[in-house]
Design a protein around this ligand. Structure first.
Ligand SMILES: Cc1ncc(COP(=O)(O)O)c(C=O)c1O
Ligand SMILES: Nc1c(O)cccc1C(=O)C[C@H](N)C(=O)O
Length: 409
C-alpha cells in the first residue's frame, strides 16, 4: 500500500472526518495554520450577514433582547465549558487572552496576599511576559521568576510564589506541559496554578477539573474557529468564586448592570470578570465556531491530533531526514502542531505557501505546521511532505524572492 493509500484509509476510518465538511477551505489548499487562525465555519457568512443586515440594520437596539445579543457571552461559555472540562458558570467569554490574563494575574496575586512572585516560562508567548511584568508594575512591585522547563520548577518554588503560570503547549516547539503535575507542585508550595490554553482548547483533551488547576485563559480564533479577533475565555475554579476580586470592575460584571447604580456590586462568580459591552459580531463568529465542533469530545479531538502529528513526524523522518524536529516525540508531551528547525525557516515557509501549503514561521528558525483535528486530513500531510521535499530539492528555501520578511507571518 502506498503512503497516500494508507493516509486515505486513515481518513476513511477517522470518526471526526465529518467536521471538515462544516468548514470552508479553498480548493487545493493544504492549510496547516489552524493554530494561528482556524478555518471559517460554513455557517458564518450567512449568520454574520443576518446579524448585520437584519438584527443591526433593521431591528437596532431591540436586538439586544429579541435576538439574544445580551445572552451571547453566556451561550458561548455554555458551549465552550465541555471542551475545557469545566462547568458553564466557571467560564466567562470576553476580551482577548492578554486582557483575561491580566485580570487573572491580578486575581491570583490578590488571592495569595503576602506573596509577590509569578513563575512563568522564559519562552512564553511574549504577550504573557509583557502582561505579567505590567501587572506586577501596576501593583507596585513583585517578581517575575522565569523557568526554562519542568526540570526547573521545583527549584524555584518557595513561600513567596503566588502563582505558577504555564502555557500548556509551547507556540514554537509544540512541547506540552503536564498541567496536573504543575498544579500539584504549585499547590504543595501554597501557590495557585494558571494555564494558558491558546494552543489547546478545541484540539486537546483539556480537563481543568481533573488537573485541579485554579485559573485558565484561552483564545477563540484558533482551534475554536471563531474568526479573527474572536473573544477569548477565562476559567476560575468554583472554590475561588466566593470572594473573587474584580480586577476590572466594569458594568457587564455588575450584579445588575441596568440598575445604573454608582457603586459596583459584583455579579456572582466569574461573571464579575466580564468587561464592557460584548462584541456581538465577533461573538456571532465564535458561536458558529463552537457549533462547528458540536459532538466532538476533547478526548476525540486529542486522539485525532495525536494521530495526525504522529503520522506527520513519520513522513518527515522518512522523506526529509535532514530537517531537525523541534517537537517532542512523546505523544503525551506534544500538542497539535509539529515544528522543524531550519536555518532559513522563513524562506522554507514562504516557498511552501507559494505551493499552496500554508504553515507559518516563528522567529528565529522555526517552521510550524498546525494540524487542527477538525479540518486536517491525513492525505493533506502526504501532500505537505511531498511539497517540503520539492522545496528542499529545488533549493527554493535559498531563493532571494522568499527571503524578505513581512510584518505578519
Ligand atoms: C500562548 C498564547 N498566549 C496568548 C496569545 C495572545 O492572545 P490574544 O491575542 O488573544 O491576546 C497567543 C496568540 O496570539 C498565544 O499563542
Ligand atoms: N493573533 C494573531 C494575529 O492577530 C496575527 C497573526 C498571528 C496571530 C496568532 O494568534 C499567533 C499565535 N498565537 C501563535 O502562536 O503564533
Amino acid at each position: 500500500m502506498s503512503t497516500r493509500e494508507r493516509a486515505a484509509e486513515l481518513d476513511a476510518q477517522d470518526p471526526l472526518a465529518h467536521l471538515r465538511e462544516r468548514h470552508h477551505l479553498p480548493e487545493g489548499l493544504v492549510y496547516l495554520d489552524g493554530n494561528s487562525l482556524g478555518a471559517m465555519p460554513r455557517t458564518a457568512p450567512a449568520r454574520l450577514q443576518h446579524t448585520v443586515a437584519h438584527e443591526w440594520g433593521e431591528r437596532l437596539i431591540r436586538s439586544w433582547n429579541e435576538s439574544g445579543w445580551y445572552t451571547a457571552p453566556a451561550r458561548a461559555a455554555a458551549a465552550l465549558a465541555p471542551l475545557l472540562g469545566a462547568d458553564a458558570d466557571e467560564v466567562v467569554v470576553a476580551d482577548s487572552t492578554s486582557v483575561n490574563l491580566a485580570k487573572l494575574l491580578h486575581t491570583a496575586l490578590t488571592l495569595r496576599p503576602g506573596r509577590g512572585v509569578i513563575v512563568m516560562e522564559r519562552g512564553s508567548f511574549p504577550t504573557d511576559l509583557y502582561v505579567a511584568r505590567g501587572v506586577l508594575a501596576l501593583r507596585g512591585g513583585g517578581e517575575l521568576r522565569l523557568v526554562d522547563g519542568p526540570q526547573d520548577l521545583l527549584g524555584v518554588l518557595d513561600d513567596d510564589v503566588a502563582l505558577v503560570s504555564v502555557t500548556e503547549v509551547d507556540f514554537r516547539t509544540g512541547f506540552r506541559w503536564d498541567v496536573g503535575a504543575v498544579t500539584a507542585s504549585a499547590h504543595a508550595a501554597g501557590a495557585l496554578a494558571l494555564v494558558d490554553l491558546c494552543h489547546s482548547t478545541g484540539a486537546l483533551d483539556v480537563d481543568v477539573h481533573a488537573w485541579d488547576v485554579d485559573l485558565a485563559v484561552g483564545c477563540g480564533y484558533k482551534f475554536l474557529h471563531g474568526g479573527p479577533g474572536a473573544p477569548a475565555h477565562c476559567y476560575v475554579a468554583r472554590r475561588h468564586h466566593a470572594g473573587l476580586p474584580s480586577p476590572t470592575p466594569a458594568w457587564f460584571g455588575h450584579a445588575e448592570p441596568f440598575a445604573m447604580s454608582t457603586g459596583f456590586t459584583p455579579a456572582p462568580g466569574v461573571q464579575r470578570l466580564a468587561g464592557g459591552t460584548p462584541p456581538v459580531l465577533s461573538l456571532t463568529g465564535l458561536l458558529c465556531g463552537l457549533e462547528s465542533l458540536e459532538g466532538a469530545t476533547p478526548a476525540q479531538l486529542q486522539a485525532k491530533a495525536t494521530a495526525l502529528t504522529g503520522f506527520f513526524l513519520e513522513l518527515l523522518d522518512a522523506h526529509c531526514p535532514e530537517l531537525e524536529i523541534a517537537t517532542p516525540r512523546d505523544p503525551a508531551r506534544r500538542g497539535a502542531h509539529v515544528s522543524v528547525r531550519h536555518p532559513r525557516a522563513y524562506a522554507l515557509v514562504q516557498a511552501l505557501i507559494a505551493r499552496d501549503v500554508v504553515g507559518d514561521f516563528r522567529d528565529p528558525d522555526i517552521a510550524r505546521f498546525g494540524l487542527a483535528p477538525t479540518t486536517t486530513r491525513f492525505v493533506d500531510l502526504v501532500t505537505a511532505v511531498e511539497q517540503v521535499r520539492a522545496v528542499l530539492d529545488g533549493g527554493e528555501d535559498t531563493q532571494e524572492r522568499f527571503a524578505a520578511r513581512t510584518a505578519v507571518t
